[in-house]
Design a protein around this ligand. Structure first.
Ligand code: COA
Length: 592
């Protein structure tokens, strides 16, 4: 079938569904929901048998849904309606939640139901639930709905759906989200922050400045403090007291002027943060605070696990340096298997574009960041006395994918989505030794296809290409359990000494053919041009991305209906004139 994915942005959920529907053999094209006239034009051009809408913030034009069945993916249980479905579910402490695939009709979220799935609602942020449970449930439900549609099935009114229990709910406002610091305990504060995570955040104030708060983590305190005070800092996170403990605030978006965007909390308030005492804690401390303990070393008898979990998978220069230091510490240990475990939502999305945008000189900070990222990648490549495993529980993009390829083995959770290309970020050339790592790994396909196709791949597709070596585990806990088992088996493998010898020989031979430093120099020449050259495409694309500027056109590589007749070659410069080279804003927030 021809299926049109109509979505506000080609976000992680849309990418997952794109891959699922393509794998079923359908011809899938994407149109970003920009304006009714553009959507109507896309439908006329593509003539889809079915429209699937994973993420919309407004209604589909009536002329479209009357003519073509439109399946809306709603992140709520059957009967739930409204644009703040997940926000209410988290705020009200639901134990079980779901995803409903319903048909578009005149009233929002009120159409008959084609498929529905439920899941246990974890105590986690909205973004994390969206990227894990909602995405997995939506994937199952959309596949079921599409199969049902193909088999000429029909939809059921929500009221007739077995177990329907949802109800219409209004949009959640900032008044609903407000934290009463003088009254709220840590759990209530966390719940408010989690329900608003990603977007829009909780409108509050720090240092008497209005700002939106994100990325909250609990911190028990031994002494009582007056609630609402910011009492310490660790990394870039700030510690604020509640009536029964404290919460770390990892990220904020200031609301005291135009042009502000989300950034690590201490960077948003540098002068005030510098005055705060540093919260003590060691590298291997068990905690979950943003920016505070996001790197952790776990040492077992035969294996070492290096956990890192950076907000949104973005790695600033400082974070790369900290991870490199922890990596060196791990490499000094005698165990012969080292497993790098990224976060459950993201493995890594490359250099930290928000921190770069916030710098006095974004070009200099880009350079600083890519240098630190390359140093980290080199440490991985040169770790020649042990087997290094990159264990991807979560998605990876751009430099984050190539950093993983520096490991000897890449293991990925089933369903993980990879974006192994840089070009969407204003035609960035990319570094992280990709010119060395990618060709030596590819078992099928070409370097050009991987780098220039600019489409997502899932772990299953990446396997035959050689980008990953094993795919298993349907959920992060199942994946980690199997990672541990496989890592232990690897450490006990009688062939381990031979594997290590082969690894050293290969690296020596590679170095003799072309030194690592030469790959790096050549990549960095191109990156310097991206950062400091006359073409501002990268800087424009980064600013659009960081400021979440909505896309104003659909890139041609996604909209296959706009590829006939073939588009003329893209002009080489001026990012704004070439939609394919600009990453516009791509808000990924769940919508009803
Ligand atoms: N730096 C800073 N923030 C980043 C980031 C990066 N490299 N990559 C992702 N993020 C943030 C987004 O701003 C967003 O923030 P918010 O939801 O808190 O507002 C969040 O991570 C999720 O990103 P989003 O684009 O909504 O997620 P997705 O899963 O739909 O898409 C990617 C994933 C990787 C395709 C997309 O995030 C992307 O293109 N990232 C940039 C990759 C890149 O070019 N890196 C630089 C070159 S190495």
């Amino acid at each position: 079938m021809r299926i049109l994915l109509l979505t506000r942005s080609f976000n992680s959920l849309s990418q997952r569904l794109y891959l699922d529907l393509t794998a079923l053999g359908h011809a899938v094209s994407v149109e970003l929901d920009i304006a009714d006239a553009v959507t109507i034009e896309a439908v006329a051009l593509f003539k889809p048998a079915l429209i699937v809408a994973p993420y919309l913030t407004r209604a589909i034009p009536e002329s479209i849904w009357r003519q073509t069945v439109c399946l809306i993916v709603h992140p709520g249980v059957v009967g739930d309606r409204g644009p703040s479905a997940l926000d209410w579910a988290i705020a009200e402490g639901e134990r079980e939640w779901g995803v409903t695939v319903l048909q578009a009709v005149a009233a929002l979220d009120a159409g008959p139901v084609w498929a529905a799935e439920t899941f246990a609602l974890r105590e986690a942020t909205k973004s994390s639930i969206y990227r894990q449970e909602v995405t997995a449930a939506a994937s199952r439900a959309v596949v079921a709905a599409v199969r049902h549609f193909e088999a000429q099935g029909s939809a059921l009114p929500a009221a007739d759906w077995p177990g329907a229990r949802g109800r219409p709910r209004r949009a959640m406002t900032q008044a609903d989200r407000r934290i009463a610091w003088a009254r709220d305990g840590t759990q209530a504060v966390l719940r408010a922050l989690r329900a608003a995570d990603g977007s829009p955040g909780v409108l509050d104030a720090l240092f008497d400045t209005p700002c939106h708060l994100f990325d909250g983590h609990a911190q028990p305190l031994h002494h009582r403090h007056e609630p609402g005070l910011v009492i310490a800092r660790r990394g870039d996170a700030l510690l604020r007291t509640t009536i029964d403990g404290a919460v770390w605030i990892g990220h904020v978006r200031r609301a005291d002027g135009a042009g502000h965007f989300k950034r690590p909390a201490a960077l948003a308030f540098p002068a005030q943060s510098a005055e705060l005492p540093i919260w003590p804690g060691a590298l291997d401390a068990q905690a979950g605070a943003a920016g505070a303990s996001d790197i952790r070393l776990e040492v077992e008898a035969e294996t070492v696990y290096l956990h890192f979990n950076f907000h949104n998978g973005a790695m600033s220069a400082t974070q790369c340096e900290s991870l490199n230091a922890a990596l060196r510490q791990a490499l000094a240990l005698p165990q012969r298997v080292l497993v790098l475990l990224g976060g459950a939502d993201f493995w890594c999305n490359g250099i930290h574009l928000n921190v770069i945008e916030a710098a006095d000189s974004p070009a200099d900070e880009s350079w600083h960041n890519i240098t630190a990222m390359n140093d980290l990648t080199r440490t991985l490549i040169e770790a020649n006395d042990r087997i290094v495993v990159a264990a991807m529980q979560g998605n990876a993009g751009a430099g984050g994918v190539f950093m993983a390829l520096a490991a000897d083995q890449v293991w990925a959770r089933r369903g993980v989505v990879l974006n192994p290309h840089y070009k969407n970020m204003g035609n960035l050339y990319g570094s992280e030794y990709w010119t060395y790592l990618l060709p030596r790994r590819l078992r099928a396909g070409s370097v050009d296809t991987v780098m220039n196709r600019r489409l997502p791949l899932d772990a299953e597709q990446a396997l035959p290409l050689g980008l990953v070596d094993a795919v298993f585990g349907a959920s992060p806990p199942a994946f980690i359990a199997e990672v541990r088992q496989r890592a232990t088996e690897l450490a006990r493998d009688a062939d381990l000494p031979a594997l290590l010898r082969a690894k050293r020989n290969r690296r020596d031979a590679d170095e003799a053919r072309m030194p690592l430093s030469s790959y790096r120099e050549a990549e960095e020449v191109r990156m310097r041009r991206n950062f400091y050259g006359f073409d501002p495409s990268y800087h424009i694309a980064r600013a659009n991305f960081v400021h979440r500027v909505p896309a104003s056109w659909t890139p041609r590589h996604l909209a296959i209906h706009r590829q006939t007749p073939p588009a003329p070659p893209a002009p080489p410069t001026a990012a704004q004139s070439d939609p394919d080279q600009v990453t516009g804003g791509s808000g990924s927030q769940p919508a009803g």
